[in-house]
Structure formats: structure tokens, C-alpha cells
Design a protein around this ligand. Structure first.
Ligand SMILES: C[S@@+](CC[C@H](N)C(=O)[O-])C[C@H]1O[C@@H](n2cnc3c(N)ncnc32)[C@H](O)[C@@H]1O
Length: 236
């Protein structure tokens, strides 16, 4: 796991006070957040994914295969429900957030943690090409502005006492284990598939990244928007 991401998850998981005992991660992917949660000693961990064949490397949690729009848990099952980078893929974020509020106890917290793709920065020489590539990624992906939309979505889902934090993920190293390197690959794959930028221009962008890193001038930053909200008391 990239060091910048591990540090981010550690920070995020120390936001709820008191620390959660029953944590649900929706759209858990490889279970990276849950791995950090286990390291922090959070005792009851559940991960949920919609993938039919889900085989996460990390096994520190109870895996559940289900859809985020219909969480298969009774009311008040958790004292923290979190998602990272999944909201943009969930068809109805408000419906999901209502479900998250239902399965979370009213004294607990629902947390969203999402990048805003319009805040992606790579320091490279060809700034015009970087602007084209990053804008195309933001505008053709599922929801490039989900980070900045999250507080409003939480409010519309009926969550209360909403707090918003912004963290800038920052890296100066371009290497396979870094987030910026991984993200550049996702951008490349995505834009080759959608055809919005020609393969030659994508090759130019990749080469520019490598040259910049070689010169020691590389910088990657990305804004993550973290929202915390409390569920309203459930009417029985
Ligand atoms: C970009 S990945 C993020 C994975 C992980 N949270 C992380 O930050 O590394 C988004 C994940 O959300 C899952 N997902 C998308 N829509 C979902 C839904 N409706 N219900 C459950 N999981 C969903 C996808 O299968 C995918 O694993």
C-alpha cells in the first residue's frame, strides 16, 4: 500500500471519538483501509463489495458481498460506516448514504472520503498536455467532482452535524509503490479505453512524467474531501 495512503487512512480512522468498535467499509476493494483499522486495534471489521468473485489479499475482516444501495444489516449494526473512493461508482449516492445512516447507530458516524479529480496535479514540463489529459480524465470518469459534492449529498441524505476536512495527498517520488504512479496508470488505461486522447499523446505524457521524475522535479498532489455526518435517530 502506498505510504501516503496508509498515513491518510490512519489519520481518517482516528477522527471518530471515541474510536469505533464496529466498522463497516463499503466498496472495500483490496481491504486496505480495513488492514490499517486492524493495525489500530478496531475489533469488529466488516468489508462490503458488490464484486461476485471477491478475493481480497487482506483477511482481517468479515467479507460481505452485496450492493451499497441495500446494505444487508439491521439498523444500528455499526458505530462507523465509511467509504473511500467508492461514492463516484455508486449509482445513487444519496440512497447509499441513507442506508449507511440506517445501519449506523445515531451516536456513530458516517464518513465519506473521496478524491476530487479536478484537483489532480502532476508537475511535468508540457503543462498544456497535462491539462488536457487530467481534464479528460476528470470529465469522462463516473463523477470527477464527487469530492466537492459530498457535503451536499450528505445533507440531502439527512445526515446531521456535517464536518468537512480536506487533505492534500502529496508525493515527490514517482515509483511503482506510490499513489501518483498508480493513478497515472489508471488515467492512462482509462483514456486509452475512452479514446479521448490519442495513444501517442498519452505516451508523451508518460514519458514526460518519467523525465520529470528523473530530473528530481516530480510532484503529485490530489485533494481528498472527507465528510463526517451523524445519523438522525431512527424512528421505529
Ligand atoms: C475505486 S474502488 C475503491 C476501493 C477501496 N475503497 C480503496 O479505496 O482502495 C471502488 C470500489 O467500490 C465498489 N463498488 C462500486 N459500486 C458499488 C456498489 N454499488 N456496492 C458495493 N460496492 C461497490 C467497486 O467494486 C470497487 O471495488
Amino acid at each position: 500500500m502506498p505510504a501516503s495512503l496508509r498515513a491518510h487512512y490512519r489519520w481518517l480512522l482516528t477522527l471518530p471519538t471515541p474510536p469505533p468498535r464496529r466498522l463497516l467499509d463499503v466498496g472495500a476493494g483490496d481491504g486496505r483501509l480495513l488492514q490499517v483499522a486492524a493495525d489500530l486495534g478496531i475489533p469488529h471489521l466488516t468489508g462490503l463489495e458488490r464484486k461476485r468473485r471477491w478475493n481480497p489479499a487482506n483477511r482481517d475482516f468479515a467479507p460481505t458481498i452485496a450492493d451499497a444501495h441495500r446494505l444487508p444489516f439491521p439498523n444500528d449494526s455499526f458505530d462507523c460506516v465509511v467509504e473511500n473512493e467508492s461514492l463516484e461508482w455508486i449509482k445513487s449516492p444519496i440512497r447509499y448514504l441513507k442506508e449507511a445512516a440506517r445501519v449506523c447507530t445515531p451516536s456513530g458516524l458516517v464518513i465519506t472520503d473521496d478524491s476530487d479529480w479536478d484537483t489532480l496535479v502532476y508537475a511535468v514540463r508540457d503543462t498544456a498536455l497535462a491539462r488536457r489529459v487530467l481534464r479528460a480524465f476528470c470529465d469522462t470518469g463516473p463523477n470527477g467532482w464527487i469530492g466537492r459534492a459530498a457535503p451536499s449529498l450528505m445533507r440531502q441524505a439527512g445526515l446531521r452535524d456535517i464536518q468537512v476536512h480536506v487533505r492534500v495527498i502529496t508525493e515527490r517520488e514517482f515509483a511503482p509503490h506510490t499513489l501518483g504512479h498508480h493513478q497515472a496508470q489508471i488515467i492512462d488505461d482509462w483514456l486509452r479505453q475512452t479514446g479521448n486522447i490519442t495513444p501517442t499523446r498519452l505516451d508523451d505524457f508518460q514519458a514526460d512524467l518519467h523525465h520529470t521524475a528523473h530530473r528530481g522535479d516530480y510532484l503529485f498532489t490530489l485533494n481528498r474531501y472527507i465528510c463526517l455526518g451523524r445519523p438522525a435517530p431512527h424512528s421505529s
